[in-house]
Design a protein around this ligand. Structure first.
Ligand code: DOR
Ligand code: ZN
Length: 346
């Protein structure tokens, strides 16, 4: 049995770091295990211009623990007023890496998002020309569409038309949760890729709803039924270069999740690498692990694979779940994957 692994240092292609004290508390968990991360722009006051992104990047760098080698890759929050010229210049100067679409109302801090996709076509035209990735929260928000169907309906009604209109645009379908999503990505050429989270690889909707409501398993897009989780496992462990890790780690105070209207988001970076390695081990696919964690994302984003390495060891006893994080306003609950995890970063 394989008990030791060395892989190129992983990257996280979808991460919520927040700001202020929360940023300070959660950042070390990312910067210890990842060389780079695509940082989501959905702060309470969203990151909408390159200037905002530069300020936010500086705040992140100011909070980086000594000795951690970590590069935050910044994103802009697409609005109907996003300036194509600002996007173009920000990308050329390497101040921003991608632009993120939140359909207005789809998730946490998405009120300033996009209602009418045609309004952002001028930005997408520029992004297509310069090869800049367009990151998509792929859920429709129509009240009459069931929450479990919102991803599949988004593909049919929004994504396919965008893809037709902008055939060369690099699109990342973020945090894929359905078999329809996997099948869609597989039907596309190399301009379309997708991130997959650790939690969607290990839980289905039962984790959230059976035996009482479990708010710490609530995130958006919401976990679906088992057949979808199995499709995600197959995609992630296949080694196909269109699939790579985006943790979507999204910390909220425990009190904000254990509420009559609890927030969506799972804080998972304290054990993300261990959990994913265990999933690949269970699938007998450890030989594909480095593609999912360290190679496919870098290639899609046109970056070099990290030269630093990470060592993993399989322990003979299951690891304990990481402790909750303390802040002055209360704790953040860390992700419990509900499976035995033996792999540890050393
Ligand atoms: O569960 C989620 N939490 N999904 C998102 O899309 C946003 C995120 C957050 O920012 O809390
Ligand atoms: Zn997210």
């Amino acid at each position: 049995m394989l008990t030791k692994l060395t892989i190129p240092m992983p990257d996280d292609w979808h991460l919520h770091l927040r700001s202020g004290e929360m940023l300070n508390k959660v950042l070390p968990y990312s910067s210890q295990h990842f060389a780079r991360a695509i940082v989501m722009p959905n702060l309470p006051s969203p990151v909408v211009t390159t200037n905002d992104a530069k300020k936010y990047r500086q705040e992140i760098l100011n909070n980086l623990p000594e000795g951690h080698d970590f590069t935050p890759l910044m994103t802009l929050y697409m609005t109907e007023n996003t300036d194509p010229e600002d996007v173009h210049l920000g990308f050329l100067k390497d101040d921003i890496t991608a632009v993120k679409l939140y359909p207005a109302g789809a998730t946490t801090n998405s009120d300033a998002g996009v209602k009418d996709l045609e309004k952002i076509y001028p930005v997408l035209e520029v992004m297509e020309q310069i090869g800049m990735p367009f990151l998509v929260h792929g859920e429709v928000v129509d009240v009459d569409v069931d929450i479990f169907d919102r991803e599949a309906v988004f593909i049919e009604t929004k994504l396919i038309p965008i893809r037709q209109r902008f055939p060369k645009l690099k699109i990342v379908f973020e945090h894929l949760t359905t078999k329809e999503g996997v099948d869609y990505v597989l039907s596309c050429n190399d301009n379309t890729a997708a991130t997959i989270t650790p939690h969607h690889l290990v839980i289905n909707r039962n984790a959230m709803l059976v035996g009482g409501i479990k708010p710490h398993y609530y995130c958006l897009p919401v976990a679906k039924r088992e057949l979808h989780r199995l499709a995600l496992i197959k995609a992630a462990t296949s080694g196909d270069k269109r699939f790579f890790l985006g943790t979507d780690s999204a910390p909220h105070l425990t009190t904000a999740k254990e509420s009559s209207c609890g927030c969506a988001g799972i804080f998972n970076v304290a054990n993300a690498i261990s959990v994913i390695t265990q999933v690949f081990d269970n699938e007998k696919a450890l030989d594909q692990l480095e593609k999912f964690l360290s190679i496919n994302g870098a290639l899609f984003y046109g970056k070099t694979v990290n030269s630093q390495h990470m060592n993993l060891v399989r322990s003979d006893h299951a690891l304990t779940i990481p402790k909750n994080i303390k802040t002055s306003k209360g704790v953040v609950t860390a992700f419990d994957p509900l499976i035995d995890v033996y792999w540890q970063v050393v």
